[in-house]
Design a protein around this ligand. Structure first.
Ligand code: NAI
Length: 269
């Protein structure tokens, strides 16, 4: 259902790779709610994914940018404001990658070059995006910036590997940068801590199938889907949440506050 919640709002959406991506679903929902946006992803993702289909469907343009590269980000922000015809109201950072995870390196045996790269892509890129937006004064007052995170930032999930540290860093950047963005520009910054979701990045985590089923059985409302995450993100981009900022918001069917569920207990009886 559409409520025109984002009518007249302009944004940048990072991280739509294919139709499973959380950013893909968010772009579709933003379009339905009347928002306009530019899609961005790393140059290599343009070749791998099907972002062009999404751009056609949502009447949006694609601008390639490596989110770790300041020059790329500067060009992106300049072009986006030109194409969209004004300053930005919303930004989705839906970017994550760990080479240690991808190559199966154990957390206690990391390749630190890969660790640095993963940290840059998954966490520091969020700071870079916001710094470029702020330096260029490209955000409208009461704009909203959201990044996606996972609860491994707070609790141990052994196979989440160095992504746990990257997410802790990402969440801290949201608070620290959000303070200045709020004070100086009335822009809000939040992270959404999403349930395990079957996407390219999600399925890269070892034992993902068992893990997603476990989370589903632990959550009183069941796992949150990518589309439900998109809906939640829309609410944070809308004017209905103007005073929500510096928060890490759990969107996980209740998982994060459950010690153990009856469904899981029964497996051990
Ligand atoms: P996805 O694989 O569809 O999206 C990840 C995106 O990051 C891809 O589009 C990829 O091209 C992009 N990316 C990688 N390196 C980049 C770079 N240097 N510059 C720009 N973009 C780059 O997977 P998903 O799940 O939609 O991931 C989106 C976000 O959601 C990530 O931050 C992920 O950690 C987070 N998340 C995912 C969960 C899951 O279980 N799938 C759970 C909680 C959070």
């Amino acid at each position: 259902m559409s409520y025109n919640l984002l009518k007249g709002k302009r944004g940048i959406i990072f991280g739509a790779l294919d139709e499973n991506s959380i950013a893909w679903k968010t772009a579709e929902r933003v379009h339905e709610e009347g928002g306009t946006f530019v899609l961005s992803n790393a140059p290599i993702a343009m070749r791998m994914g099907s972002i062009k289909d999404l751009a056609e469907k949502t009447n949006s343009e694609i601008i390639a940018a490596d989110a770790t590269n300041i020059e790329d980000l500067e060009k992106l922000v300049d072009q986006a404001t030109e194409i969209l015809g004004g300053k930005i109201d919303f930004v989705l950072h839906s970017i994550g990658m760990s080479i240690n995870v991808r190559k199966g390196r154990h957390y206690t045996n990391q390749n630190y070059d890969w660790t640095h790269k993963g940290m840059d892509v998954s966490a520091l890129s969020f700071h870079k995006v916001m710094q470029v937006l702020k330096e260029k004064d490209a955000m409208n007052e009461w704009g909203s910036i959201v990044a996606l995170t996972y609860m491994a930032a707070q609790r141990v999930f052994p196979d989440y590997n160095d992504m746990a540290d990257n997410k802790a860093y990402l969440e801290s950047i949201a608070r620290s940068f959000g303070y200045f963005f709020g004070k100086d520009n009335k822009v809000r910054v939040n992270t959404i801590s999403q349930s395990p979701t079957p996407t390219t990045a999600g399925k890269g985590v070892k034992g993902f199938e068992a893990f997603i089923n476990y989370a589903d059985k632990m959550s009183p409302l069941g796992n949150a889907t990518a589309l439900e995450c998109a809906d939640y993100t829309i609410s944070l981009f809308s004017d209905l949440t103007k005073k929500v900022t510096l928060q890490n918001l759990y969107h996980d069917g209740g998982f994060s506050n459950v010690g153990v569920s009856q469904d899981v207990i029964e497996k051990f009886e």
